[in-house]
Design a binder for this molecule. Structure first.
Ligand SMILES: [Zn+2]
Length: 362
């Protein structure tokens, strides 16, 4: 029963790019926890931005920074890199106002099942919570790390320690650094030593590691090792949302956009990456509407539950169809893993049926 969804749509064998034909040599997958498609495509929500006072937070500054009556200017203010570069040179899925639907397939709509779906291309219905479970299902990073071309060239960084679970660090053959774990190696750089020390001092709550520390660990790893397959998982958007602090949630989205721009501009200076790298940006679940924006999950009444609604950005300069997608079939997070493999010239096949690559990208 649990594979029923896949039977007609996804579990179909198709031909794919041969390894030789793929010009893309690297993939970077960035996730931003629980960032709604509504903010991505509409910018700041006036009802939420103006509707409430937020204690001692700097809400007025953030209203000044993120608000504009014009939709295009408003979303550019929040996500300047996404709208000025990715939207022009890449492809954006999930603007439901234009009829483009991107969704999670799992019915739980929490983070752990969401990330498991993204990385494995599969909905394991045994995942019902965010508990730390070592995922028995093979993920696409493991799959790629088994290919000669990518062996030892795969790495994952995440602010949230559950990445050790959904990527299964216990059996992993590729590099994983998540939560407040130190980056360990024989020759730590000055920056890595500093970050390891800083994050220990910061680690006083159960919250995820600050995203800027995760980002700097990842960027330093890129400088040192130049992985061909890399993921970076950011978490603080979701924390701010659960706190009900809308201006701070927007602030984290803006900072996220800045970090992506910084990384993208950096890798364009490195011959290994320049014009050979695909960037994917994905999200593990949506959030509710109106006052329900703070939460997500299976408990919201079905008629109001939009927390399955996600989005996807893909940037591969000069190699894919570009622009904001309008209409088309509903697409799923479970298709991301297969799409990543395909763009690198592989067909991701494993012990379970994998979501089909997104056809209109190629
Ligand atoms: Zn989440």
């Amino acid at each position: 029963m649990r594979n029923l969804f896949f039977s007609s749509l996804l579990f179909v064998s198709i031909s794919c790019l041969s390894q030789e034909n793929s010009k893309v040599e690297n993939v970077i997958l960035i996730t931003i926890d629980g960032c709604r498609w509504q903010e991505i495509f509409n910018g700041a929500d006036s009802m939420l931005l103006f509707g409430k006072k937020y204690g001692n937070s700097d809400a007025d500054r953030l209203i000044e920074k993120f608000w504009d009556n014009d939709l295009n200017k408003r979303r550019e203010r929040l996500l300047p890199f996404l709208w000025n570069t990715i939207a022009k040179e890449g492809r954006l899925y999930g603007n439901r106002n234009l009829g483009s639907r991107f969704s999670v397939r799992n019915k739980i709509r929490y983070s752990y099942p969401g990330y498991a779906e993204i990385f494995t291309g599969y909905v394991d219905t045994s995942f019902k919570t965010n508990d730390l479970v070592y995922n028995k299902n093979t993920n696409v990073f493991e799959f790629l790390n088994k290919q000669n071309k990518f062996k030892g060239k795969v790495a994952s960084f995440a602010s949230w320690d559950r990445a050790n679970g959904f990527l299964n660090k216990q059996r992993s053959t590729f590099f994983i650094n998540a939560g407040y774990d130190d980056v360990n190696s024989e020759d730590l750089s000055f920056l890595q030593k500093t970050l390891n020390s800083l994050q220990k001092k910061y680690h006083t709550t159960e919250q995820a590691r600050p995203d800027y520390i995760t980002y700097l660990h990842a960027k330093e790893y890129v400088r040192q090792h130049q992985p061909k397959v890399l993921s970076i998982g950011f978490a603080w958007t979701d924390d701010m949302a659960h706190d009900g602090n809308y201006p701070k949630y927007l602030d984290k989205i803006f900072f996220f956009d800045n970090m992506i721009q910084d990384l993208w501009e950096y890798i364009q200076k490195l011959p290994q990456y320049k014009n050979k790298t695909a960037l994917f940006i994905a999200v593990d679940h949506g959030r509710g509407l109106g006052e329900r924006w703070v939460g997500h999950g299976p408990d919201v009444p079905p008629s109001e539950n939009h927390t399955n609604e996600t989005w996807l950005a893909v940037l591969v300069p000069g190699m894919i169809k570009t622009g904001e997608v309008e209409n088309g079939p509903e697409l799923f997070n479970a298709q991301i893993a297969g799409t990543i493999a395909k763009i690198l010239g592989y067909k991701f096949e494993t012990e379970y049926p994998v979501g089909l690559p997104i056809a209109d990208l190629f």
